[in-house]
Write a protein that binds this ligand. Sequence first.
Ligand SMILES: Cc1cc2nc3c(=O)[nH]c(=O)nc-3n(C[C@H](O)[C@H](O)[C@H](O)COP(=O)(O)OP(=O)(O)OC[C@H]3O[C@@H](n4cnc5c(N)ncnc54)[C@H](O)[C@@H]3O)c2cc1C
Length: 376
Amino acid sequence: MPVRATKRGADRTPLEGDYDAVICGASFAGLAVARELAGSGANVIVIDRYEIGERQTSACAAPTGWLRNLGLEASMRQTFSDLVIHTPHADFRMSLPWTFSTFDYRELCGLLWDQSDAAFETAKVEGRTGTTVHTDRGDLSAPLVVDGLGWKRVLAGGGFQPPDSTLSRGLEVHPWGASDDLEIWIDRGYVPAGYGWSFPAAQEVRVGVGSFDPRHHVKEPTVRLAEDLERDAVRYQGNWIPHRLRPAASDGIFFAGDSAGHCLPLTAEGIRTALYFGIACGRELRAVLEGRKDRTAALRSYAAFSASHRWKFEAMLRVQRLVPRVEPRLLGLMLRGMERGSFVDWSFGHYLAIAPPEFAGSPPLQPAAAPVAAAA
Ligand SMILES: Cc1cc2nc3c(=O)[nH]c(=O)nc-3n(C[C@H](O)[C@H](O)[C@H](O)COP(=O)(O)OP(=O)(O)OC[C@H]3O[C@@H](n4cnc5c(N)ncnc54)[C@H](O)[C@@H]3O)c2cc1C
């Protein structure tokens, strides 16, 4: 398990105040929002229960174009132009029209944070009243509040709990080792509805299993897949993964990333979408801070932007529900047909266009490095 460096004991001083914006969550979504506000002159604070980059939340594979366009190349560990798919009856190698890269979570978060000039504090978010956020260190108020806290959507309240919610679940291990291939397994022997993966990242390999059905446990198949690959089942990391969009603005709060269900169904790819919607959210906040829009209009246009993607997310959810029902031999035949270059280029091109890397655009204005932990 990762070592936690979060402030404890006497370091955990009271925290309270009024800000222009409070961003809750310092992972992909929250850091992308903060990055968009750099140079705005606004009084912005980011809070998370852990230090920035302290606790990895995924296998950390994303389209290389996104990492490049955000200036995060230094965190990249390995780049793949092929995807290897294993089924019970056949294996396939698809040559992709763009590449995926694995990266180091701590380094990527640090690089994103360096492009922001907000303050940061560790604090556990417990809830809110209006736009006052209650934390275990005190209350923080701002007219602009963002929930980038992940699937629990803490600032919405109302209890969204597995196994009765639209959530998948994923677990992986991080053994030392190396491999040249980005691999996935669509095999009911591991999971009835879902897939297994092996994502190499230089000296370590991230091996895991995801289940679209939250009632299906993933520890045993994760350990078994690791054993089958002759890898050690060590350094576990897992979480629930949303597979359906939820309102991106509600009761005066902006939601970005997993808190708004921005993770893509079928692939459970949620990093680039958290960055994408985080940037969109940050741009709306910036428009308010610069007096170009009022808060209500910003909430409305951000919600509409997110909802305009609904049909694509729903189409992927339909495929997510269909694939487990296809008989394995037929699935093999379908994959064989889909292996053709023209089909792969077409389908992966559309897939990338759901949240295209060009959206990241140019770096924000006058980025300034800020200390990771501002004085309390
Ligand atoms: C095993 C696994 C592997 C995955 N692999 C990939 C992958 O390779 N590629 C990909 O694109 N997607 C992957 N995903 C999905 C991806 O991890 C998520 O979609 C993505 O992390 C969402 O980013 P986010 O910023 O919205 O939320 P998160 O990354 O979950 O971050 C939420 C942040 O909020 C903080 N937080 C939560 N609650 C509180 C609280 N109460 N108070 C204070 N802070 C709090 C957390 O500490 C965290 O920093 C994977 C998911 C799992 C479970």
